[in-house]
Design a protein around this ligand. Sequence first.
Ligand SMILES: Cc1cc2nc3c(=O)[nH]c(=O)nc-3n(C[C@H](O)[C@H](O)[C@H](O)COP(=O)(O)OP(=O)(O)OC[C@H]3O[C@@H](n4cnc5c(N)ncnc54)[C@H](O)[C@@H]3O)c2cc1C
Length: 402
Amino acid sequence: MDIDLSSQEIAFRDEVRAFLRDNLPDRIKRGAASSPTVFVEPDVGQDWNAILADMGWLGYQWPEEYGGTGWTSTQRYIFEKECALAGAPNLTVLGLKLVAPVIFNFGTEEQRREYLPRILSGQDYWCQGFSEPNAGSDLASLSCRAVRDGDDYVISGSKIWTTHAHFANRMFLLVRTNTDGRKQAGISFLLMDLDDPGVQIRPIVTLAGDHEVNQVFLENVRVPAANLVGEEGQGWTIAKFLLENERGGSCHAPKLAYDIEQVMIAAAEQPDGRGGKLSDDRDWQRRVAKLRLEVDALEMIELKILAEIANGREPGPQTSLTKMIASNLRQDIDLLAVDLYGPAGLQLPNARPLYGENAPDPLCSPDAQVASARYLNSRAWTIFGGTNEVQSTIIAKTVLGL
Ligand SMILES: Cc1cc2nc3c(=O)[nH]c(=O)nc-3n(C[C@H](O)[C@H](O)[C@H](O)COP(=O)(O)OP(=O)(O)OC[C@H]3O[C@@H](n4cnc5c(N)ncnc54)[C@H](O)[C@@H]3O)c2cc1C
């Protein structure tokens, strides 16, 4: 595997670096640093998207024909890595990285024309309606019904854990269009408008006190049959394609490395209680070194997958491996940050957001203020996009052949 950058790639990296230095505002960086949730809220996320869109870089994973950059997989990795190392917010992937590739690959020409430009312009904000109260890991058991009636589907059921549904105007969802035969074969993929009559969105406030997820109730909601993506019954195939994109082709390691770096900077200022600084403590150093090595090892795996993708191979089930390793590391690093600040790391303010003029005054520092909320929030990493147990089963079956 060749993981050295070519001279053109180094020039590209420098261009991205210079752009980030000149165009990533402190307000957006602070918003990212003080958001305990995976996705920042739209006041930060959509503003950052707009800056990237102005540069023509928002569709960094999209083909040129749909308004994307047409970048190679290596350029995309460099871009994501540099954004992470500069402290930029995670991009809200729901429209950009989840539904958009589905629309390129399975959508009609009308669907491409209708939806793709609205993702890049920020007019549409998408959420993902897959999970249901009785269908999470066993997603194929989903029961939200869509019954064909003339030119429409009539949808009844509910979706749960729907991230940012309260900000979204559109939802892509899996519905049951057939109850006969294999349960996977009766699932279809639809696009819907959340303003439609019969939609009700109820907040779910998580452990850390954040309103990030929701339950969405659908009662006889009429969705045009033209919003079906692919064929009726093809939803399971499309969902697998989407989940592979959600889990991987991934660039987790640079963001994890950035977060360790922030912890190390703060540890150099943090008293160790014995007249020195925490960064000089041997046990602390050992703990940080172990995490850094694990993040470096993850980066090697990510680069190996990248090299394979660059050679025309699909990311495949290896993305389950990187998702699982990254999720465990995320939780370990967030625990490290809580421990770093001692008692100040245990503050858990109710107010949100923790950035901007109305943020509550922090004890110690804004990073200490967000540490506990982030630690609690990151429990979700080993659950969403498929739990660790589900990823382990995928790896056991498809990678190890057990
Ligand atoms: C913060 C957050 C955001 C989310 N956002 C979204 C979203 O936007 N859209 C969306 O559709 N979904 C979303 N989800 C849902 C997420 O995908 C599900 O929570 C996840 O798939 C697990 O499903 P479940 O919660 O029903 O748990 P269950 O499937 O009931 O699992 C419960 C426990 O049993 C274990 N388990 C289940 N089956 C097996 C098995 N076969 N072998 C071994 N162990 C097993 C699981 O690992 C877990 O520990 C989100 C979840 C969270 C926490």
